[in-house]
Structure formats: C-alpha cells, structure tokens
Design a protein around this ligand. Sequence first.
Ligand SMILES: *Cc1c(COP(=O)(O)O)cnc(C)c1O
Length: 420
Amino acid sequence: MVSSKCPPIGHFVCLNLLFYTLVYYKKKSHIETDLIHGGARFNETSSLVPPIYQTSTYYASESAEQYLETATAVSPSYFYHRHGNPVNNQAADLIAKWEGKSHGLLTSTGMAAISTAILSALNAGDHIIVQHSHYSATSLLFRQVLPKYGIEVSFVDQTDNQAFERALKSTTRLIYLESPSNPNLAISDLQFIAHLAKEHGILTICDNTFSSPINQRPHDFGIDVVIHSATKYLGGHSDLSAGVICASESFIAQAWKHMVVLGTSLAAFDAWLLLKGLRTLNLRVKQINENALKLAQWLEKQDKVDQVVYCGLPSHPQHDLVKRQMKGFTGIITITLTGSSAKEKFLFAQSVLTRLKLFSNAASLGSVESLIVHPASMWGNNHNAEEKVKAGIDEGMLRLSVGIENIVDLMADLHQALNT
Ligand SMILES: *Cc1c(COP(=O)(O)O)cnc(C)c1O
C-alpha cells in the first residue's frame, strides 16, 4: 500500500512513492501482472485457481423471469455449457483485454473462431477480400465453403496495398487478413487496410495467431476483430485446441448467437488449460522471440540453406513494415534448402526432417517445444501447383516453430541434420 507520509530516507523515496501512487491511481495495466490476475472477477469461489465446471447445465433460476434473462443473455456464466462457462469467460476476458478489445469469445478450435466470426458477419450476396496466403484450412473455407452460400471471394497479394483497393466492390462487407501469414511470413499493412476499410464502411478481421498480443496488436492499427488459434501461442503447451474472437460488444453478441447455433463452444477443461497456459504467455513468447532471432541469424550463415525468411531479419522483404507494426518477431522461421530441382529439394527436405532429433516433425506451432513441417506436403492436399506458388510455397521449404529449449542444442540439432 502507498503511504502518504514521506519517510526520512529522502527525496528519492518520495519520488518513487509518487510514481507508484500515480500508477496505482491511473490503473495502468501491465501485461506481466494482468496475465496472472486478469479476469479474476469471473471466479466467484475463493480458490486461487478457478475450479473446472465439468457440467453441461446448471440448476434453474429462482423465477421464470430470471430464467428467461439467463437463457437469453450473451455468454452467461451459469446456464448451459454451450452458452457459456465461468472459466471460458475468465480466459476470454483476459485475452480480449490484451488485444485491446472490450469483449472476447472462446471457441472449440481456431477454425471454429474463424468460421463462426465470418458466418456471423456475412450474408448471401456479400463479397469478401482475402489473401493468397492463409492457414490451409482458412484457404479451404474461402475456396470451397463460402461460395456454397452465395458469398463471393476475391484473393489478393497481401504485400500489395493497392491490390486490396482494386478488389473493392459495392458489395464488399469484409476484408480478412492474416499477418504474418502462414507459412511464408508475408505481412499485411494493417494500418493502411484498416483505414481503407473504414473509409468504405467495411469490417476488418485479422488472424493474429503467429504474433500473440505480446508481439502485435492489430487493434492499435484500427482492425475491428482479432482472432486466434489459441491452440498455438496462447495455450502454448500442445495440450489443447481452442480459438478466440476479440471484438466490440455488439460483434461478440452476434458471434455468440452463431456460436450457440453452430455449436462451436469450447469444452470447460480446455478453457481451464488455456487459462493456465496464459499465465506464462509473456515469458514464453519473449524467450521464443530471443531463441528464434539467434537461430535465424545462424541459419542465414549455413551453406545448405538457400533462403531464410524471418520477421526479425533485415533481409525480410518487408522489414520496415514489420518494424512499424510488430513489437517482437515470433518463433516462426521459414527456410528454403538448396537443390537444383524441385525433386532434389523435396528429397533433401525429407532427409532433414528424418534426421532432426529435437525438432519434431509435427503439425501445429507456438508451443514450448520446437516443431518443424514441410509446407509443400501439408498444403499439398488442398492446393494445386499454381496455388502453392501464389501462396509462396516451395518444395524445399521447411517451417520451423522455435521453442524454449537451449539455443545451442537447437543449433546442434539443425547442424547435424543439414550436414550429415
Ligand atoms: C493453426 C492455425 C489456425 C487454425 O487453428 P486450429 O486451432 O487448429 O483450428 C488458424 N490460423 C492460423 C494462423 C493457424 O496457425
């Protein structure tokens, strides 16, 4: 507690007290503190760690009026699981706050967050602008699912601001972004696109999975809705699947209505695990940023690596834009191996994958352990050759998700795999 009486140690202490008093009264948030204590108002018990409400339903309220009120409320904590749950609300509140938004909604997966948000925002006859490069299932949603419901989709090169402008139509209702994009780490100019959309009364959604709010806050550049696959950095331990939508109260109310109908709510145990993961988000992401930068710099010096794409390297084709909109550079590095033909590069990539011991060849990213995948294989089942080129995917490409292991061990593992 701050004392109003100045102790005899002198002016230095007085100034310190003044500083802490100001911090206290301005209620300025700090992420390190909020990740530990945020959302606590949703825990109505006295347990430090909230209990898991492993129940599908709650006792009826005391009166018919109260029942009706709970049954129609947005994300009620105690009614029926598909509508809401105390721990889900606690975790959603914490994430939304760190994305600069007033409201959040947890969903069963990242794809559930993406499809629920998009379906709640669009009607038949609407047009949406998306990028060539997206997470593979997101691309499938745009290519194969939305057109079935009468939604027109235009694909643009996200590194070309004017391409978004050229794609505008009178029916455009939504611009959907992913930056940095998966797997080639292309950057969308969030400020330019948010401004363009606002001028035309168009909604913007950004998938912020690769950055987490520690490294980038799309809200600060004017983006309306921020989405995450919480399976990745937010959860951070490869032990859950979840998604989150962060937006205004009215957008979340509309998305919630669709979540209830589509049945895309998150299970209570996964919300509990997510909350546990969130406690260390800041520490994990900072260590991952540090490891990944060192590893990217080291990879640039390796003979067997033809190209390294990493947001933190000056060689990133959009490094100036990266520096303007990202506070940290994430743990994702994309490398392209040497080889004189697509076949040779493919075989080299496969042999590196089999020789690696610490990097696991597994889907997903953003966890404490290092993972690696071959995007041309992963995207191969839903992209033809031309679509792969447009999405920036090469046969010799590997996508690394750097974990929090000792950096020397990670380098040694890659060194032996590249040079055996
Ligand atoms: C993994 C991922 C998703 C999908 O999330 P799930 O939790 O697997 O459904 C969406 N966007 C990005 C960028 C991803 O990396």
